[in-house]
Design a binder for this molecule. Structure first.
Ligand SMILES: [Zn+2]
Length: 237
C-alpha cells in the first residue's frame, strides 16, 4: 500500500467517525443530516429549482447573450430566483469556503447534461491571482471539476488567465460591468484550444459580461473555436 493510500484510509476512517458523532447538516434546509460526501439532504436535492436549458436552445440565458456574442448554447442548471435558499448556497460557494457545494452542484449539473452537450473542453472563468490567493480557491474551477467527473469532458484549467483584477461585478451598474471586465482575460493556450468546442464555466449567469469577455479573449487567438456558456445558476439581470 502506498503511503498516500494509508493516509487516505486513516482520513476516511476518522471522517467516518466524525460523521457518526457530528453528522454534517444539509446546506439547503440546515436541519437534516446528509449522507457522507454530500452537501444536500435527499429532500433538498429533489427540490432544487432545476432548469431544462440543455433541452431548449433558445432559453432565457441564450436570449440574453446571443445578440451580443455568437455562442453555440447557454446551459444553466438552477434558477436563482425560484428558491430563496439558493442565494445563501451560492454565497457559501463563492465566499464561504464551501468547495464541497461547488463540486456537488457541478457533479449534479454534469449528470443532467452529460448526454446533451458535445463539448471538447471545459474552461473555468479564472480569478485574478491576487483574489485566488485571498480566497484560496476558484469556485468556477471546482464546479468544472464536478462537471468533468460526471461527463468526462476534459478540464483545461489554465486555458485563460485573468490579467485585470476587477472589482466585484455585483456592485456596479450594467455599463460599468461591461467596461469592468473587457480585456480582463488572456488566452494562453491558443494552439491547444483552436477548433475546439469550449464550455466556459461559471457560478451564476447575470448579464453574461464576464463570460462574453472570456469568449472574446479566446477568439482573439483561437478564432475557430465554438463556445458555450455553462453556469450553475441564472439570476435576473
Ligand atoms: Zn436539506
Amino acid at each position: 500500500m502506498l503511503n498516500t493510500d494509508i493516509k487516505q484510509a486513516v482520513l476516511d476512517y476518522s471522517n467516518g467517525l466524525l460523521d457518526l458523532f457530528f453528522p454534517p447538516i444539509c446546506v439547503g434546509c440546515e436541519e437534516n443530516w446528509v449522507l457522507r460526501k454530500h452537501t444536500f439532504c435527499l429532500t433538498c436535492e429533489s427540490e432544487l429549482p432545476r432548469l431544462i436549458y440543455h433541452k431548449n436552445k433558445t432559453n432565457e440565458g441564450y436570449q440574453r447573450v446571443s445578440s451580443i456574442v455568437d455562442v453555440e448554447s447557454v446551459v444553466s442548471f438552477l434558477s436563482y430566483e425560484k428558491q430563496e435558499s439558493l442565494k445563501g448556497i451560492i454565497y457559501a460557494m463563492k465566499y464561504g469556503g464551501r468547495t464541497d457545494i461547488c463540486y456537488e452542484l457541478g457533479y449534479m449539473f454534469g449528470q443532467q447534461i452529460a448526454n446533451h452537450v458535445a463539448l471538447d473542453a471545459l474552461i473555468p472563468v479564472p480569478l485574478h491571482h491576487k483574489k485566488l490567493k485571498k480566497r484560496g480557491y476558484n469556485q468556477a474551477e471546482i464546479i468544472a471539476q464536478g462537471i468533468q467527473k460526471a461527463t468526462n469532458i476534459p478540464l483545461v484549467k489554465d486555458g485563460l488567465v485573468r490579467v485585470k483584477n476587477t472589482a466585484a461585478q455585483a456592485r456596479k451598474s450594467k455599463n460599468d460591468r461591461h467596461k469592468n471586465v473587457s480585456n480582463a482575460f488572456l488566452n494562453i493556450s491558443p494552439r491547444q484550444l483552436d477548433r475546439m468546442h469550449i464550455g466556459i464555466v461559471d457560478d451564476v449567469l447575470t448579464t453574461g459580461n464576464t463570460m462574453i469577455a472570456c469568449a472574446n479573449s479566446i477568439w482573439e487567438k483561437s478564432p475557430n473555436c465554438k463556445i458555450s456558456f455553462i453556469t450553475v445558476a441564472i439570476a435576473n439581470r
